[in-house]
Design a protein around this ligand. Structure first.
Ligand code: NAD
Ligand code: AKB
Length: 315
């Protein structure tokens, strides 16, 4: 039996991706792995493994014993947390990716998925409709690690034929788990405050526009890319991917139409300068042309869906 291993499965993206992969391939073929044993308890429907991606012997043994043929490598230190310990963020983000690419060669794997981010862009990048190919001078350790990771992915594809695929996700918004230390996290937290009937103090300014995406669209994009024929995947660094762009004030006004008493204040902190260095909106024409990407959710539709479903999820 050939299996799919998800590394960092218990996080914001992994929690939802693991569920959909288990539906598509059957839970017995999916191994959800993470550092955090408690967080793995939610995966009743697939196999699980407590695994530190930096423990190379343990990962290699699992890959061999379980006949792993695909890896979704999601474990990373995100932008805001990365700035608190840059050396650690670099080590985890970079060493783990290189190790996974080496494993793919060693075990002749079918495919690897590794996410990049809009954090690869920097202050000298065109901010509006940021093109696929343009100046990238990221100024966070997270962005630098994602940019270097993209180069390594393309290198392993070109030199060694590793079928590694990647997307530059915008900020991902889901209600099924909490985010893990990013600059776009406010757009998840704000819904929790609105549902709880509490005031929301935003760590970005009212007018900070950022590219964002609702989690069901992100899962769809990921699996569309992974299921695309090899020859359709023409970009082997990472694809620009877009859905919605909005400011904190936009999302607040949208929530307020459902919760008229909801209040917001703005107290920008160190994350403001990270957000200021990122694009306002992304041109993802290549993803749409090469493998048929199309998003479904705009701000209004996403907000209605979250406000409808989040309360039951919190019980
Ligand atoms: P997250 O922080 O919610 O989850 C990461 C998971 O990795 C956590 O469950 C954590 O316990 C696990 N992990 C950390 N160190 C590990 C280690 N040494 N070994 C094994 N597991 C470890 O992150 P996320 O939001 O789910 O992001 C997943 C990926 O998608 C990351 O690579 C991130 O850079 C990328 N991404 C996310 C977003 C977003 O908005 N969430 C946007 C762009 C890119
Ligand atoms: C972060 O804010 O660090 C992430 C990302 C856009 O990569 N959400």
């Amino acid at each position: 039996m050939e299996r799919i291993l998800i590394i960092g499965a218990a996080g914001q993206l992994g929690s939802e991706l693991t569920f959909t992969l288990s539906q598509q391939y059957g839970g017995d073929n999916i191994i959800a792995s993470d550092l955090n044993p408690k967080a793995l308890e939610k995966f009743e429907y697939c196999k699980t493994a407590v695994l530190d991606i930096m423990d190379q012997d343990a990962v290699r043994k699992l890959v061999k014993d379980q006949n792993v043929k695909q890896i979704y490598h999601l474990a990373a230190v995100l932008s805001a947390t990365g700035e608190k310990n840059p050396r650690f963020a670099w080590q985890l983000n970079m060493d783990s990716l290189l190790f996974v690419l080496e494993l793919a060669m060693e075990f002749k794997m079918d495919k690897i998925y590794w996410p990049s981010s809009i954090a690869v862009f920097g202050p000298n990048t065109p901010k509006i409709n940021t093109p696929q190919f343009c100046v990238k001078e990221p100024n966070t350790v997270y962005g630098i690690s994602k940019q270097a990771g993209e180069r390594w992915c393309e290198y392993y594809f070109q030199k060694f034929g590793v079928d590694v695929r990647s997307l530059r996700y915008p900020g991902l918004i889901g209600y099924k788990s909490l985010p893990g230390g990013g600059t776009t996290d406010y757009a998840v937290d704000i819904y929790h405050k609105a549902i709880a009937g509490e005031h929301f103090d935003c760590f970005l300014s009212a007018e900070t526009a950022l590219p964002m995406m609702y989690m069901p669209d992100a899962i769809k994009a990921t699996l569309d890319l992974m299921h695309a024929p090899k020859e359709s995947v023409k970009i082997r660094s990472s694809y620009n991917l877009a859905a919605i762009s909005f400011t904190p004030e936009d999302i607040y006004q949208c929530i307020k139409t459902h919760h008229p008493d909801f209040t917001i204040s703005y107290s920008p902190d160190f994350r403001q300068s990270i957000a200021d260095s990122w694009p306002d909106s992304i041109d993802d024409t290549r993803a749409r042309e090469d493998w048929g990407w199309n998003h479904e959710y705009d701000l209004k539709k996403m907000t209605e869906d979250i406000l409808r479903n989040l309360p039951a999820y919190l019980v």
